[in-house]
Design a binder for this molecule. Structure first.
Ligand code: GCU
Length: 666
């Protein structure tokens, strides 16, 4: 931790490094073609100077061209795209070429990363263009300072209903820019109370200041919007998107907002969802609502990101036809092609809600004429609250690699959200994140791997989960090979471990209602959120086949048939798609009930192994990190045991079938 700040520098520590022959590149710097007064260029220059001073002890100075060892130049080279860069070393001179300022900034962070990882810049030849046009973080911060699903302290954007702009804002912008993030939404999608007023002069001054800081790091500023602001702010009696008065109010409001916040990229909207208002109230479609706002923000270059998390959250348990999993698709698919060019539909990776295992939402790629953005969650709402270790990048890789069969040769989710499938620019990837004012930003130090990893993956989708993890360990914890291997051994399988001790084979939930940490097998079974597991004394699972809710039919072939058929359905999703008897024999030769018992015992054993591995790091890594994570591992083990015992006991009592291995089941 730096002396004057009470927060860490995460992967931008700039501590002294072993010389890897890199010093010679920092004897003379020359900038060519970029405007030195540009805020992004100024920040890139500052970062480079500080980083090189900190890591190599060299005072990097600008020199005449013939003494240059590092050249940063503006380039028209056609292979370098927007935000991209080319980094090339020839005869001891390193040249960073970029089309625009953001590319130069990202290239500078690349150089600093190589030095920080103690790798060599010699022989460098890398063309790096971002895969996704929009790469965003969505914060769910409330203006009273709390964070919805926050497990790392309170908000550093808001305190006591005021907007906070300070040094931490700058550091946050540096961190996210260094991993390629180019858009940030600062307030919760559930826009209530003071947050509705963010688009008024009560807050413009501070909001504009924050937006300007972000602009200096190439980050567009976004706000979540209250769909019913016409009523709550405007005093109208309607939010009907086709009402002339409503349209006129928004026109005037948006003219004001874009004038007051010059770096505003647009808005994120959660409508008709979990009690939030929306166009359905007025008998209008989601497209009516999204298009109305989009047309109004269009003259200012604004976009409307419209969430597809729309479902009926009051489902009777006797109703076997209504299916929450179907709802997103059912609400949005018919209007495919009707959404205007500056609307992007933001779709959660799964059809339910960020569970440890879900199928990929059939809306992704299901829509063939609509801009789409993928939404994942780094806030570990259902994956251990940043107490339990759960490295999520392997899960996001699975999502991106999924074949939707929407278009031959360009049908993966990665294709769809990058714009490769539709040839569109308004597309991308967003993550719900809950960085807070804890010193380490993420509650558990190890959860910062998700914070880092999402940005890197969003920029370069082809990076593997392991490469990203290794980078993060080298930058944030240690460059010692043994430490790297040990932490990789803990984190790479951590998602699989979490899955083992929690809900089995894609069924999800079984969490304590509302807080979503800890086991409660029937917690949501007797409430109306539509998340039933439907366990009885014979079996468990939801029939989503053509004989059940029909959800499997929302996919293109061959996915629809694959999921519909119990024999071809991937087993990790078996209970999501099928109601299965406990005696059903899986491909491993084990019965379903034995699989449940075995995975739950294994999950706890794996946590014990993680802890032993972590203990071996004592004295080899920072004591602060070692101790903080050790305490959390203690809580994770307790949690894992509780899950194991509750789940095993529940299914033993339901089924009456004993564990073949005779282990303790309560
Ligand atoms: C989940 C989460 C809520 C959140 C919602 C959303 O249901 O529990 O806190 O508001 O997702 O994504 O809008």
């Amino acid at each position: 931790m730096s002396q004057e700040k009470n927060w860490t520098q995460l992967w931008l520590k700039y501590e002294p490094k072993k010389e890897q022959g890199n010093a010679s590149f920092f004897t003379g710097l020359v900038w060519k073609g970029f405007d030195h007064e540009n805020a992004i260029i100024k920040n890139a220059q500052k970062e480079l100077i500080n980083g090189i001073q900190g890591m190599l002890g060299i005072a990097l100075a600008c020199k005449e061209e013939d003494k240059a060892t590092l050249i940063i130049e503006k380039s028209e080279d056609a292979q370098i795209k927007e935000d991209g860069y080319l980094l090339k070393e020839v005869d001891g001179t390193l040249t960073l070429s970029a089309r625009d300022e953001k590319g130069a900034l990202y290239g500078v962070f690349h150089i600093l990363r190589v030095v920080a990882m103690e790798k060599s810049l010699k022989g460098m030849d890398a063309l790096v263009n971002p895969d996704n046009p929009l790469r965003m973080y969505n914060h769910w911060d409330n203006m009273d300072g709390s964070i919805e699903r926050g497990y790392s302290g309170n908000s550093f954007f808001f305190v006591n209903n005021e907007v906070v702009v300070d040094e931490r804002t700058v550091d946050y912008a540096r961190f996210v820019a260094s991993i390629g993030i180019n858009g940030v939404v600062i307030n919760n999608v559930n826009v209530k109370n003071c947050a509705t007023w963010l688009i008024t002069d009560r807050y413009f001054e501070k909001v504009a200041q924050m937006a300007e800081i972000f602009a200096g790091y190439g980050i567009k500023f976004f706000l979540s919007l209250n769909y019913a602001a016409t009523i709550e702010l405007g005093g109208l009696d309607s939010a009907d998107p086709l009402d002339e008065g409503v349209i006129a109010w928004w026109k005037e409001k948006m003219a004001e907002v874009f004038a007051k916040i010059p770096n505003l990229g647009g808005f994120l909207v959660k409508a008709d969802s979990e009690g939030r208002p929306g166009p359905f109230t007025y008998g209008r479609t989601q497209a009516d609502g999204a298009n109305m706002l989009a047309d109004i923000v269009k003259p200012y270059g604004g976009i409307i990101i419209w969430r597809c998390f729309v479902y009926n959250c009051t489902q009777d348990w006797r109703d076997y036809k209504t299916d929450r999993a179907r709802a997103g698709y059912d609400s949005f698919i018919q209007m495919d092609g009707d959404y205007h060019e500056n609307v992007i539909l933001q779709i959660k990776n799964g059809p339910m809600d960020f569970q440890i295992r879900e199928p990929i939402s059939p809306l992704l790629g299901g829509l063939k004429k609509t801009n789409q953005m993928l939404e994942v969650q780094l806030a570990q709402e259902y994956t251990g609250h940043q107490i339990d270790v759960c490295y999520l990048i392997p899960m996001f890789k699975e999502v991106l690699d999924f074949h939707t069969y929407c278009k031959k040769g360009a049908d993966t989710v990665a294709d769809v959200i990058s714009g490769r499938t539709l040839g569109n620019k308004n597309a991308g990837i967003a993550a719900v994140i809950n960085t807070g004012n804890d010193a380490n930003w993420t509650g558990n130090d190890l959860a910062a791997a998700n914070f880092y990893g999402f940005g890197r993956l969003g920029f370069t989708t082809s990076l593997s989960a392991e490469e990203i993890l290794e980078e993060w360990i080298r930058l944030s914890i240690s460059t010692d090979e043994n430490v790297i291997d040990t932490i990789k051994g803990i984190m790479l399988p951590s998602r699989a471990t979490y899955e083992k001790y929690t809900s089995p084979l894609g069924i999800g939930w079984m969490v304590t209602p509302n807080i979503h940490y800890g086991c409660s097998v029937d917690g949501y079974e007797y409430s109306c959120w539509g998340t039933y597991h439907r366990a009885d004394h014979l079996g468990i699972g939801v029939d989503r086949t053509d004989k059940g809710t029909g959800y499997a039919q929302q996919y293109y072939e061959p996915n629809a048939s694959m999921y519909n058929n119990m024999e071809t359905c991937p087993e990790e999703l078996l209970l999501f798609f099928h109601h299965v008897p406990y005696t059903y024999v899986l491909k491993t030769g084990k019965t379903l009930i034995q699989h449940i018992y075995d995975t739950h015992f294994e999950g706890v054993e794996e946590v014990e192994q993680m802890i032993a591995a972590w203990d071996s790091l004592e004295g080899k890594i920072s004591a602060d990190t070692f101790n903080l994570v050790k305490v959390r591992f203690g809580r994770q083990l307790y949690n894992a045991k509780e899950w194991r015992d509750q789940v095993n006991s529940y299914f033993f009592r339901k089924s009456g079938i004993a564990d073949e291995k005779g282990r303790a089941i309560y």
